[in-house]
Design a protein around this ligand. Sequence first.
Ligand code: ZN
Length: 362
Amino acid sequence: MRSDQPQKRRDAEVTQSRSFLSARSLRLWVSASRPPARFLVFGVVLAVLGLLAAAFAAGNQTQPSKQATQREVVITFDDLPVVSTRRDIDSWRDVTAKLITTITANKIPAIGFVNENKLISNGKRDDARVELLRRWVSIGLELGNHTFSHPDLHSTPVDEFEENVIRGEEVTRALLAEKNKKLRFFRHPFLHTGRSLEIKQRFESFLKERGYTIAPVTIDNSEWIFARAYDNAIDKRDRAAASRVAEAYIPYMERKFEYFERQSLALLGYEMKHVLLLHANPLNADHFDDLVRMMKRRGYRFITLEEALKDKAYALPDTFTGAAGLTWLHRWAITRGVSKNFFQGEPRTPDFVLKLAGVASE
Ligand SMILES: [Zn+2]
């Protein structure tokens, strides 16, 4: 159907310009003749209007094909201000500055999820580290809560876990208030959402009461393992190893995108507005711009978390209470009762990256 549209549009344009030219000479002719000519003019006007409508319709028909290649994703960074094997303020400033440069250059409405325990240095709050978060807020980015100290809901009593969420609000809430913004998103550490429906629902009610919306993830990945390997290589001053990790990182992430695009199509019948999980680490500080290029090449547009959550998929039921920190696509699939085959084909982290990271398995 689509292939004949350009021809149709060209035909309409040609006929339309011909009619326009002849309309001028017609007007001269009409002024000299009377009643029968009016009908003729009426007919010509109708014909021109008809052609304009046809041209307009042909123009409109090109819209769906444009939208089909338009993909949308939210970029989310966890473990702010920085997650790295290095703790010194200079390296954290460097990571923050580089990430913000790429985010700003590409106008990405990213959101960062904070662990406020990282703002403490030598037993007290370190203003230099708070300043790093202020930099995110100052360029209009959103911050969310990722708990105070990154506890695991699967091994922490709910009361204690909830206290950790509250303790993680203080600085972030104040920084957002400086920009007249509210703290409104929460990301579960390890994407662990509770081992029973009772715990899961109790915690979700707690979040709702405190004004939080859960930040799901639909494109999960082992970027954190690549980042650990990259950090280790740099710590050992092994530039060649760091380069090998960085070179493997983007193709690996592209395979993850392909996989989750297919999963979305298989489960929902369309490519959803995705949420990508990344971390504020040195690997992304040095290579997030390569990742951005890859996403743009795949037709991605960067949107806010608020915009992404308008996708009706996020209203699907999720009753998953397994041990794994799964993506929401997989949770919806499990809740729907799909076969195990549904999950096949997920890209794996290369062995040399696992080894260099000191991680036994994904
Ligand atoms: Zn985290």
